[in-house]
Write a protein that binds this ligand. Structure first.
Ligand code: GDP
Ligand code: IMO
Ligand code: MG
Length: 424
């Protein structure tokens, strides 16, 4: 399949990095199309762990990697990752960064932090990596782009124009420290030297690859329910993780996308604030967190844990056009006698729905209605094929397929690269 999008089907951290790493084996190019270092994608290879934030996960397989125009780039994070891969003896020669991607500048980080502080109890719980303020400046047409680093004069001028406004904002609105033009300009001139060789026309590069019949993966960051348009606004990120944005975020036509693979955990987690109907009550929440090691890759925060929510997952299938699902972390469920699965929401008027509520108040008030499936106690790490899964685990996966009318083609049975089973 030439062009495949891998998209998070829940609230992030579904194991997208691991699935991209698996499929990258047979792909020629891997692209990120949105988001920035708010992402944390973990790949475990023979006990060695990679936590990747800026580069596409295909870098671990040594594949050509594209950071598309739809991404926001923190040069310190990206350069740190490039240095890290090089120090592990890996080549970064085939990393291509779109000149149209926007730069996360130091004031974006400062504003993200100050704004969350000011919101107090209403805070979104962002990763504080400057994502929202950077995309806001992009939409305001005040942003600084990757291509601006190619000309020191233009770069300095843009920093000066931005700082004239941002320093006022930081001092007067947020009571925060201003930035010094000379310091920032000198720092970015240094970054520019390091990064300039990676800047490329990535739309043209990906188009050429597709025309040559190559296999291209589009790696989503964040996820459907964190999507700026389709997620649980305002508790969302500031970009569009949904699959259709792979076209805009890289610069290809929508008809070029051949396949959309959704990645979902066999349960649900969420970091940050916002409604979460199937959030587990009582001791099982902590148990799930410990068993699944559910702590944020980027911020170290505890992830909130919930039972699998098929209403939300059905919605993700719809808004992304998901053709197939990868169901990760099935092994974590081995420790529960019974497995509640949310199949409908009860609405305040006493009705029940299988469809995700279109209005935020209905979603906030939604109560989960569970079917309780039998658990299994066998660990899954010994299963060499999907047929060897315990009967109840097979039943769990088949239940998901029936309810959603989508095939589950991959099942995750452990963190390591090798721990994934292919079905059908
Ligand atoms: P991403 O942001 O979607 O790439 O996911 P993260 O890397 O943030 O979080 C997923 C976590 O689950 C990582 O620590 C992975 O190593 C781990 N993981 C992925 N798939 C599996 C699986 O099938 N079983 C287990 N136990 N861990 C997994
Ligand atoms: P990956 O790619 C989980 C959440 C934050 C917060 C909201 C907005 O690893 O799945 P932002 O910093 O983007 O403005 O924060 O989105 N969030 C994530 N949650 N996984 C992620 O990425 C996330 N990226 C952002 O916790 O609730
Ligand atoms: Mg993550």
């Amino acid at each position: 399949m030439p062009a495949t999008v891998i998209v998070g089907a829940q609230w992030g951290d579904e194991g997208k990095g691991k699935i991209v790493d698996l499929l990258a084996q047979d792909s020629d190019v891997v692209c990120r199309y949105q988001g920035g270092p708010n992402a944390g994608h973990t790949i475990v290879v023979d006990g060695e762990t990679y936590k990747i934030r800026a580069l596409p996960s295909g870098i671990v397989r040594g594949k050509p990697c594209v950071i598309g125009n739809g991404c926001v780039v923190d040069l310190e994070v990206l350069i740190g990752e490039l240095d890290d891969f090089e120090s592990r003896g890996r080549s970064t020669d085939e990393v291509y960064v779109s000149g149209n991607a926007h730069l996360i500048m130091p004031w974006h980080l400062a504003i993200d932090q100050a704004s969350e502080r000011r919101l107090g109890k209403l805070a979104i719980g962002t990763t504080k990596r400057g994502i929202g303020p950077c995309y806001a400046d992009k939409a305001m047409r005040l942003g600084i782009r990757v291509q601006d680093i190619l000309d020191p004069k233009i770069l300095r001028q843009k920093i000066e124009v931005a700082l004239a406004e941002k320093n006022l904002w930081l001092q007067r609105v947020y009571d925060s420290e201003p930035f010094d033009l000379e310091t920032v300009a000198a720092q970015y001139e240094g970054h520019a030297q390091r990064l300039r060789r990676y800047v490329a026309d990535t739309s043209l590069y990906v188009d050429n690859a597709l025309r040559a019949g190559k296999d291209v993966l589009f790696e989503g960051a964040q996820a459907t329910l964190l999507d700026l348009d389709h997620g649980t606004y305002p508790f969302v990120t500031s970009s569009n993780p949904v699959a259709s944005n792979a076209a805009t975020g890289v610069g290809i036509g929508p008809q070029r996308i051949d396949r959309v693979i959704g990645v979902a955990k066999a349960y649900v987690t969420r970091v940050g604030e916002g409604p979460f109907p199937s959030e587990i009550e009582g001791a099982d929440q902590e148990r799930m967190r410990e068993l699944g090691h559910e702590y944020g890759t980027v911020t170290g925060r505890s992830r909130r844990c919930g039972w699998l929510d098929l209403v939300a997952l059905r919605y993700a299938v719809r808004v992304n056009g998901i053709d197939q699902l990868a169901l990760t972390k099935l092994d974590v469920l081995s420790h529960f006698d019974e497995l509640p699965v949310c199949v409908r929401y009860r609405t305040p008027d006493g009705g029940e729905t299988r469809d995700f509520p279109a209005h935020q108040s209905d979603f906030h008030a939604a109560e989960p209605v569970y079917d309780v499936l039998p658990g299994w106690s066998e660990p899954l790490d010994g299963c060499a094929s999907a047929g060897e899964l315990p009967e109840a685990a097979r039943g769990y996966v088949e239940f998901v397929e029936r309810e959603l009318d989508v095939e589950v083609t991959l099942v995750g049975t452990g963190a390591d690269r090798a721990s994934v089973l292919t079905r059908a």
